[in-house]
Design a protein. Sequence first.
Lengths: 216, 244
Amino acid sequence: MDFTRLVSTILEGLGVSVQVTLISIILTFVISFIAGFGILSRFRALRWTSVVLVNIFRGVSVLVLMFWFYFALPLFGIDLTALVAGVLALSLNQGAYGAEVVRSAIQAVPRGQTEASIALNLSSWHRMRRIILPQAFRIMLPSFGNMQIQLLKASAGVSLITLADLTFQANLLRQSSPQNTTLIFVILLVVYYLLAIPLRASVSGAERLLSKADRA
Amino acid sequence: MIWDWEFAVEIMPILLQAMLITIGATLAAFVVALLAGLGLALLRFSSPLQAPKRGIRWRLLGGAVEFVRTTPILVQLYFAFYVLPTVGITLPPFVVGMLVLGLHYATYLSEVYRAGIESVARHQWEAGRALNHSRRHMWGRVILPQAVPPMLPVLGNYFIALLKETPFLSAITIVEMLARAKIIGIEYYRYLEPLTIVGILFIVLSVAGAFGVRGLESWNVRRLSQGRTSARRARPEPKGAPLT
């Protein structure tokens, strides 16, 4: 098999990998904020639930979580497709880390900002939305960028629960043409490396945009 | 069919045994990461008294580190497992796994070392030189005693992160906890109990680890409040590193 055939066969898994990564990124973002605000909530029940859930989903390995969703949940009558199980495991796990990112960023905004908004008689919604979050968001950005790359890397795990992503395709290819093993995995590594580039660019782009908005 | 306690108790000893493999793998890989990370840090970074490293070799090394950091561990494991034998290197899977996990984490740890050493104020280096300390004395008595303690909690966090990567080792035939749970699942056609127990064991291990890290942190605070070292902390977060 020649080089282009190898590349095109591996890239048949590109759609699945990109899909899993992108959905997980969005879901992680949402979960991070919900759980992050949950930890900061003034209601004790909500606070404790969030802390416990975050520690559970953070403490368990993402791959174990994936297997659990895929193999164990059906026994409760909840049958998830491999895609849903994979995405859910990735985003709950990474979202638990993200919750801590959101929490610490909000707490890192100087107290004076809160005090000033109270002095200006802003509503608590207004205070969070207009004063605290815009500053906190800046602090979160680098970590969110990191999380995107983490998600891309961890997405290779879905090949182990039968999803035909890049890694899965490469493995199939290795079995059908073992004489190309080295080349196949080199291609696969390079593809993942290239996929990380737009992810990184998106975060540094957002950072630039925010600092521009700052100066304006 | 829902949770079966009898079955859970029956498989517990087998899973605990597999937990020892998981812990052993984590420890071995972490030792590799500590040593290789130190090597990388020495190659890539310089003390504040030297000119910063630049040039083609420095760039190539930086690029390689970046590459390792942004590609999946699972694929790196496959790569080492399937490609090394084709060039005549046959190692047991356990060794391959340790090396891959260790080298991957070495790329994170090299940044931890750098941040730790950079957290030592510049004048400490200058004073050391002004007092004509030997290289050994300088590192052993001046720099490291100040650089290492703030690194410990960060290293601890990476240790916990590494622990959670070990299930990927199951992909290269190492029978750690997840692989053991899968084998049990296939054998008895019951996945719920083994997978749930493995999940709980992971949570227990990482929560215990988190307590250890918190202990190291408060030990640092106590040390600092005695006013012996500078208060700066190592807080690195290299691109692509797991959040801790």
